[in-house]
Design a protein around this ligand. Structure first.
Ligand code: UN1
Length: 505
């Protein structure tokens, strides 16, 4: 495939570690990259040993102070250049995301666009982030706060957004003066290598060789070593709550920081005043887009009883129109799940729904073809079922009726996760209630638009088991810096705070 050449991806790809202008990989083991639409191997990637990791980390450490002392707007120039290169390679990288991850091409391209948007945001930030001045209580004193880089930021990303979530972290981290060491998901290593290759070109052009580095570990022990490493003050993690909890425990124990973006179990509420055609389109994208493998995917739908049957009908029709197939082909709306484990997890949940007496209104089967395809699935469900409470990374939508709006909000909040939420309504009171502190308990609240597809300009993240982290826009940059409160006495006397008088007679 031509686009692989333009990204410098070979059949046996570089990999292992990348740092300071060179790939290092001394493990005898390799990792297979699989095309989930065909269950076929598309490449092999070299892996890093502990020694490789240490070499790269040492290089990052050596470079760290120089980068921290590079003026922030110049740091922005590097990120801006990567943004330009991403525009040049958008088609190729978007196609690779689609090939290796299985999301449709439009979404692969969307993911690269998210990186470009992030680069532009970070460039602006590089000229605008700053600290506050405060009125000092002491005469001839200045009191203010400033922000310093943390050093090396570890970024662990998930398979479902193989490139964009790295960009949220790495671009903001870089303009804040940090070095990023990236451990991508082992399911999508070629995407990570392609991004690293793009960064390498920009780093070489601008002579900043170690700002972005990558490592693909040969085993679990090395991943564990990475999160235990006290040279990494911040670990940003995207993935399951279970793994995130472990990372949080390990990093907190050494008093490091974590930035966590974990499971979502996102609901849409459709009230009696909602525009149903708008709701159907948003719910379809939320539930079926990325084959239900976004952390923002719509998994639960609470519909006012007046519209319940009609909406179910319209959704059944919409689900039946979804073209499933090769995600690189035009007209396809849903690609495969990421792997055989994901397909098995889907089938297990379908069996559980049946054992609970649930009615599958549409879908419920795995497709008999090579590749990990399943049907988009619509279920009449009960709010308290265990499967409704859990996040299954698959296109399964649980639909439930409600009577009172209070009940709908209660059900939407009554899960362990708290990432995204949406209300379809034209009732001002419902909208305001949903957005009040009595309303949605999620990090993202949407009105008349769906749970997935957030813009980068706002802070992204959620509460409860989602982990509490905020990434991308707004002031999420603060997580990548340490705050220093500064007091300067520019007078000739030494007045003490709180009016304390302290002198020898
Ligand atoms: C994720 O699924 O981990 O809001 C991130 C969205 C995307 C990001 C999802 N912008 O759906």
């Amino acid at each position: 495939m031509k686009f692989l050449d333009s990204l410098h991806i070979q059949a046996l790809s570089q990999g292992g570690c990348y740092g300071e202008g060179a790939w290092v990989a001394s493990s005898p083991k390799t990792l297979e990259s699989v095309n989930p639409a065909e269950a076929s191997v598309i490449g092999r990637v070299q892996l890093a040993t502990l020694k490789d990791y240490e070499t790269i980390l040492q290089k990052a450490q050596n470079f760290s102070q120089k980068w921290a002392m590079t003026p922030a707007p110049l740091r922005g120039t590097l990120v801006g250049r990567i943004g330009e290169l991403l525009k040049v390679h958008k088609e190729a990288l978007g196609s690779l995301v689609s090939l290796e991850m299985g999301k449709i091409k439009a979404e692969g391209l969307g993911e690269v666009q998210e990186m470009i948007d992030m680069a532009e945001f970070a460039v602006g930030l590089s000229r605008s982030f700053g600290g506050k001045n405060f009125p000092s209580e002491r005469p001839f004193h200045r009191l203010y706060e400033q922000w310093h880089p943390l050093g090396i930021v570890g970024v662990v990303t998930a398979f479902n957004f193989p490139v964009a979530v790295w960009a949220w972290n790495a671009f903001i981290g870089a303009v804040c003066g940090n070095i990023t060491l990236w451990k991508p998901s082992s399911k999508v290593p070629l995407c990570a290598i392609a991004v690293q290759n793009i960064c390498n070109q920009a780093m070489q052009e601008l002579d900043h060789h170690s700002v972005f580095s990558l490592f693909i570990p040969e085993n679990r022990a090395l991943s564990e070593h990475f999160i235990e490493d006290t040279q990494i003050p911040l670990v940003s993690f995207t993935g399951s709550t279970q793994v995130g909890q472990h990372i949080h425990e390990v990093v907190s124990k050494r008093l490091g920081r974590t930035l966590l973006e974990m499971s979502g179990n996102n609901a849409v509420i459709v009230d009696e005043t909602a525009d149903l055609s708008l709701a159907v389109r948003a719910i379809l994208f939320g539930a079926v887009g990325t084959a239900g493998q976004r952390c923002t995917s719509t998994r639960r739908l609470y519909v006012h009883e007046r519209h319940h049957e009609r909406l179910l009908d319209e959704l059944r029709h919409a689900f039946s129109q979804v073209a499933i197939g090769n995600p690189l082909e035009e007209g396809i709306l849903m690609g495969p799940l990421i792997d055989e484990d994901a397909r098995r997890a889907y089938l297990k949940v379908i069996a559980r729904i049946k054992s609970l007496g649930g009615q599958i209104v549409f879908g419920g089967k795995s497709l008999q073809r090579s590749g990990f395809f399943v049907e988009p699935t619509l279920v009449r469900a009960e709010p308290n079922w265990d499967v409704v409470q859990e996040e299954t990374f698959a296109p399964i939508l649980y639909v439930m009726p409600y009577r009172s709006f209070d009940e709908a909000i209660h059900m939407q909040n009554n899960v362990r996760q708290g990432l995204s939420s949406a209300l379809f309504s034209n009732d001002l009171r419902h909208v305001e209630q949903f957005l009040s502190s009595l309303g949605s308990d999620c990090g993202l609240a949407n009105i008349n638009t769906g749970t997935s597809g957030a813009e980068i300009g706002g802070a992204f993240g959620g509460e409860k088991e989602t982990g509490g982290g905020r990434e991308a826009g707004s002031d999420a940059w603060k997580a990548y810096m340490r705050r220093q409160t500064v007091a300067i006495n520019w007078g000739g006397a030494l007045p003490l705070a709180q009016g304390i008088d302290f002198k020898v007679a």
